[in-house]
Design a protein around this ligand. Structure first.
Ligand code: HEM
Length: 152
């Protein structure tokens, strides 16, 4: 399994290949929801926790939206479209400052979760390749740290 993290030029939007529908087939909707939940739980303990909701209700909503999206992109029911509309994810990520370093942390949290799933390598690789490339679309800042979140 190759969990390498590619580097791109700032503002680049490299072409994305959507994950294999096998990912949803082998993991199931429930499995995707657990994967997303575990990822958020790691994010809230990571160095980029300031980007994510602290309050439990908001965090659960965030988990639901993201899981809805992943189920949809893997060829499952269009929950995301029904609940949130068109994805336009780069635009939706403009809510916070996402630096190239924040992307790496986000991806590293995914490596921890994905490596415990016990999925066939080919299926997992296809999902990883998608995350690795598409995550760069969300990078919207070169600033190393968002000073608004520095505690006094
Ligand atoms: C570059 C690393 C990324 C960071 C730091 C990041 C961070 C965030 C943040 C702060 C939010 C808003 C809070 C929340 O709802 O969780 C969010 C929402 C979301 N993210 Fe990401 N994200 C990243 C990459 C991705 C990728 C690669 C995808 C999809 C493949 C994705 C899918 C979503 C979805 C579906 C939402 C919910 C949007 C909505 O309907 O409100 N994110 N992300």
């Amino acid at each position: 399994m190759d969990f390498s993290i590619s580097q791109f030029e700032y503002r680049q939007r490299p072409p994305v290949t959507i994950p294999s529908p096998e990912f949803l087939k082998v993991l199931s909707e429930e499995g995707i929801r657990k994967m997303v939940s575990d990822h958020y739980d790691l994010l809230t303990k990571s160095t980029i926790s300031y980007l994510f909701p602290r309050n439990e209700e908001a965090l659960n909503k965030a988990k639901q939206n993201s899981a809805d999206f992943f189920i949809q992109i893997c060829g499952g029911p269009t929950y995301y479209l029904e609940n949130r509309g068109k994805p336009m994810l780069a635009k939706r990520h403009a809510v916070g400052s996402i630096t190239p370093e924040a992307r790496v942390v986000w991806l590293q949290c995914y490596i921890q979760v994905l490596s415990k799933l016990g999925l066939p390598e080919e299926v997992l690789q296809s999902f990883w390749n998608y995350l690795n490339v598409f995550s760069f679309w969300m990078v919207n800042s070169k600033e190393n740290f968002d000073m608004r979140f520095v505690k006094e």
